[in-house]
Design a protein around this ligand. Structure first.
Ligand SMILES: Cc1ncc(COP(=O)(O)O)c(C=O)c1O
Length: 337
């Protein structure tokens, strides 16, 4: 069925556009595209695993009338699940922590989700993630007929992303050489990697992780920008999923996001800025004429009070606007559209 006529909002998930981004790295000798996952109906790539996990639960009978869905998320997965649960008429409790933005809480509540706030980090690890997981476990034992999607370990998270990769593969007619993929649960990375292996494709995945994340063996440290990165190695992680990995700082995320607006008019989330800067850091290794795709997981509206707020940027990383305020390129109206 075409995306212009769909059975439900959930069937509008996927088939997001792959956009040529030829201005932001104009001097590069390779072709660069961005997969705009913000154009999923719930506003992020997490619509895919949220729907996949809930649909599988319904198909197997693990989720039925009256089932209460309980998950830990501070952002996009919570919103994706809230959307899917609203559609299927399921009660959804999202366990959040104080770092969850007011906007994300409002979005989940607007979809009729309940939020359960964990106020203190885990006493052993000092991390909110473990505190949230413990709270989920407690709620699951207290709540009859409850179901935990468990996005960090549920294989229907990566399975949802086989389609993400197949869409890119088809759009580029099999020419993809490099996929730059941000990582947190590793659902996207694993799903894309499995599709590449299963179909014997030549594409190589470059994982994009945050400095301060432990997924690829880095030292745990405080991070400002949510989305990519994890304080605990996710259950879905497997050695060898990525060909290489690039670590990106919070400052680089901000620069990447602001450059995307300036050169491509793309208002994207923090991990998209990270992905762009990962390409920048990796560009010497990319052969001329290669075809590269970047996964952009969500939209910039969710970061208006941080990445796109000049005062916030100055307070947290200083006055760094010179990194993106190079003279604007001549707008090439004739070739732009
Ligand atoms: C904005 C953003 N970027 C990147 C990711 C990483 O995706 P994955 O969990 O599939 O590794 C997420 C996951 O929540 C995200 O919300």
């Amino acid at each position: 069925m075409s995306k212009l006529l769909t059975d439900s909002v959930l069937s509008a998930i996927g088939n997001t556009p792959l956009v040529r981004t030829s201005r932001v790295m104009a001097s590069a000798g390779f072709h660069l595209y961005a997969k705009l996952e913000a154009l999923n109906p719930g506003g992020s790539t997490k619509d895919r695993p949220a729907f996949s996990v809930i649909k599988h639960g319904i198909d197997t009978g693990d989720i039925g009338p009256g089932t209460v869905i309980i998950e830990s998320s501070s952002g996009n997965m919570g919103i994706g699940l809230a959307q899917a649960c609203a559609y299927f008429g399921l009660r959804f409790i999202c366990v959040i922590d104080p770092k969850t933005t007011v906007q994300n809480i409002r979005l989940m509540k607007a979809y009729d989700a309940e939020v359960d706030l964990v106020k203190e980090p885990d006493s052993t690890t000092g991390e909110f993630l473990q505190a949230r997981i413990k709270r989920v476990e407690m709620l699951l034992t207290e709540t009859p007929n409850s179901f935990w999607p468990n996005q960090y370990a549920n294989k229907y998270n990566p399975i949802a992303h086989h389609k993400t990769m197949s869409e890119i593969h088809e759009a580029l007619a099999g020419t993809l050489d490099y996929l730059f993929c941000p990582t947190s649960t590793c659902g996207t990375l694993r799903g894309c990697s499995e599709f590449i292996r299963a179909n014997g494709l030549k594409a190589r995945i470059i994982a994009v992780d945050a400095i301060g994340s432990v997924i690829f063996g880095g030292q745990k440290a405080k991070r400002l920008i949510p989305g990519h990165g994890a304080a605990v190695k996710p259950g879905l992680y497997q050695h060898g999923l990525a060909y290489d990995c690039v670590h990106v700082s919070d400052l680089e995320c901000i620069i990447g996001c602001r450059r995307l607006v300036r050169h491509e008019a793309i208002l994207a989330g923090g991990s998209s800025g990270a992905v762009l800067m990962a390409v920048e850091k990796y560009r010497e290794k990319i052969e001329d004429g290669a075809t590269c795709a970047m996964l952009f997981p969500d939209r910039g509206e969710r970061y208006l009070d941080t990445i796109y707020c000049d005062e916030w940027v100055i307070e947290h990383v200083g006055d760094v606007s010179h990194y993106w305020q190079q003279p604007r390129e001549e707008l090439q109206c004739a070739t732009a559209i």
